[in-house]
Write a protein that binds this ligand. Structure first.
Ligand SMILES: N[C@@H](CCC(=O)N[C@@H](CS)C(=O)NCC(=O)O)C(=O)O
Length: 199
């Protein structure tokens, strides 16, 4: 099986972290690609040219990081990223989805800044930054962060917060949310997070 990724993508990082957390490194090889360049060897496998993309042993293509996490969890003999218990599973899915939205807003902000100046839309960026601020406050207020747990919701949160540090360092979220900052510093020592650092 192959997991297509690039080193800076927060979405691909979620999938790569999951591979390490589930100890699937022997079964899945990482293939680094530049999705923006639409290389022929990638688009023939994954027509969207987005990372992550997972090519299964039987040739089936799986796209979208959250779906890839679910598929990886089912592949692993002792999958634990999503609990079988309905209430815990729902909680993990809900946290993962909100954090995916946080990554989306951050990613849009980064991509907007790469446009040529006349094509940028400052109101759109400000809207994303307001969403980021509100979502961080919501997460800080509402999320129960369980020591030792690192499920699908936690992986998404870790990749979202680490992406803010990496690409949007002008957003001073650590001062406003020291509980989340401490949590990120703690989970960043996990081998899966160390192995997938963007730079
Ligand atoms: N919703 C997708 C987003 C994937 C995505 O947009 N990946 C970016 C890299 S961070 C990409 O490959 N972009 C290339 C493009 O849009 O052409 C997921 O969760 O996997």
């Amino acid at each position: 099986m192959q997991l297509f990724f690039n080193k800076t993508s927060p979405y691909a990082r979620k999938a790569r972290v999951a591979v390490f957390e589930l100890a699937l490194e022997q079964q899945i090889s990482f293939v680094e690609v530049d999705p923006w360049a639409e290389p022929a060897e990638f688009v023939t496998v994954s027509p969207l040219s987005k990372v992550p993309a997972l090519l299964l042993a039987d040739g089936e293509l799986v796209t979208e990081s959250d779906t890839i996490l679910q598929v990886l969890d089912a592949l692993a003999p002792n999958g634990q990223l999503l609990s079988e218990a309905p209430a815990q599973r729902r909680d993990a899915l809900a946290r993962a989805a909100l954090c995916q939205g946080l990554i989306d807003a951050s990613f849009i902000t980064v991509i907007e800044a790469r446009r040529p100046e006349p094509q940028r839309w400052p109101d759109w960026v400000m809207r994303q930054e307001r969403a980021i601020a509100r979502t961080l406050a919501f997460i800080d207020r509402e999320f129960r962060l369980v020591p030792g747990r690192f499920d699908a919701g936690d992986i998404s949160l870790a990749c979202a917060l680490a992406y803010l540090d990496f690409r949007l360092s002008h957003i001073l979220w650590r001062e406003l949310h020291p509980r989340l900052a401490r949590w990120l510093d703690d989970v960043s020592t996990r081998p899966s997070m160390i192995a997938t650092r963007p730079a």
